[in-house]
Design a protein around this ligand. Structure first.
Ligand SMILES: NC(=O)c1ccc[n+]([C@@H]2O[C@H](COP(=O)([O-])OP(=O)(O)OC[C@H]3O[C@@H](n4cnc5c(N)ncnc54)[C@H](OP(=O)(O)O)[C@@H]3O)[C@@H](O)[C@H]2O)c1
Length: 303
């Protein structure tokens, strides 16, 4: 099969398209013929040689994909069949494989027929992560949530899913991204030190997606470290703040969020903000590194 892959760590230019053996669906997995794959910070870190665990080369980047099921592994119980359109994510231990002709998914949900492939391809890990974080913070109707880093891939999904729960959402972003955050339905606030003076009124809970050192301020804003979750700041425990890492950390995961997000999409109450769709993975990784970010970046495959 063809795949975007790299054989040495380095800048986006180490990516190229080549032939690799096809993967196959193992127990509890499905294989899809990929239509679109998301670009995530972990893809950039792995490609640059900054992965936290050893990565075998050649490596195919991409943890999120959407496509048409063409192989169902043993023990799959949700009734998915060959020919179904799904979106999902690769196994957390593998951390790659999505930007290829075929990809193996460890969890997935059915793609609503009306959901564009690019939205579906970019959705899964961000929706899982955002759902997990909103569950941990017990975000529900009437909650006031502050998302620090609201314009990026996970932040913009967290905003949308929190609004769908009936929460009131404040979102921080760069000065140039205030209108984008407002378009998501959140009250925009410029990011950076001094948040307290810029936040109008009370905040019940806060989600730190950016990991840029705001935890003391978020604890002060909410009044308690237990009202803050970070996805990206390893200093969390020093501030009494939970660092959510998902299934790898033995936490309850947010996989149930995929089917819920699909149902919300069908009712017109949720969408996956897509900044740009690329046919060239080098350009996609270059844009992801350059910023600024307005939702997810996507690589189109098998178009
Ligand atoms: N723990 C988990 O389970 C988990 C899962 C997924 C992702 N993550 C991590 O979560 C982080 C965000 O992921 P992502 O996909 O959303 O990344 P992303 O799409 O690159 O977005 C990052 C966002 O942070 C914003 N930002 C930059 N500096 C900031 C600051 N000082 N204050 C507030 N926001 C700031 C960026 O805005 P500008 O572009 O305007 O600068 C951008 O919108 C990454 O570190 C990723 O590795 C963790």
């Amino acid at each position: 099969m063809f795949a975007v892959r790299f054989e040495r760590f380095g800048p986006p230019e180490v990516l190229s398209v080549g032939e690799l053996p096809q993967p196959h669906a193992g127990p509890g997995q499905v294989r899809v013929r990929v239509r679109a794959a998301g670009v995530s910070p972990v893809d950039l870190a792995i490609r640059a040689g900054r992965a936290r665990s050893p990565i075998a080369l050649p490596h195919i980047p991409g943890v999120d994909a959407a496509g048409v099921v063409d192989e169902v592994g043993p023990g799959v119980e949700d009734g998915v069949s060959v020919g179904d359109e799904v979106f999902g994510a690769v196994d957390a231990a593998r951390l790659g494989g999505a930007t290829a002709e075929f990809a193996v998914l460890a969890f997935w949900a059915r793609k609503p027929p009306s959901m564009p492939w690019e939205q579906a391809g970019a959705a899964a890990s961000g929706v899982e992560t955002a759902t997990r974080a909103l569950d941990l913070l017990d975000v529900r109707a009437g909650t006031t949530l502050l998302v620090d880093g609201a314009s990026g891939g996970v932040g913009s999904l967290a905003v949308g899913l929190a609004l769908a729960r009936g929460a009131r959402v404040l979102g921080t972003a760069a000065p140039g991204n205030q209108e984008f955050v407002e378009s998501l339905g959140a009250t925009p606030i410029p990011y950076g030190p001094g948040l307290r003076a810029r936040v109008p009124g009370r905040v019940d809970v806060a989600l730190d997606v950016a990991g840029k050192g705001s935890l003391p301020e978020l604890v002060e804003l909410t009044g308690s470290p237990s009202s803050v979750v970070t996805l990206a700041d390893s200093s969390g425990p020093r501030h009494g703040v939970r660092v959510s890492v998902g299934a790898l950390g033995g936490e309850p995961d947010g996989r149930h969020g995929l089917a819920a997000a699909a149902a919300l999409f069908e009712r017109g109450r949720f969408r996956v903000p897509v900044q740009e769709v690329f046919e060239d993975a080098v350009a996609a990784h270059t844009a992801a590194e350059r910023g600024p970010r307005r939702g997810k970046l996507v690589v189109a495959v098998n178009v």
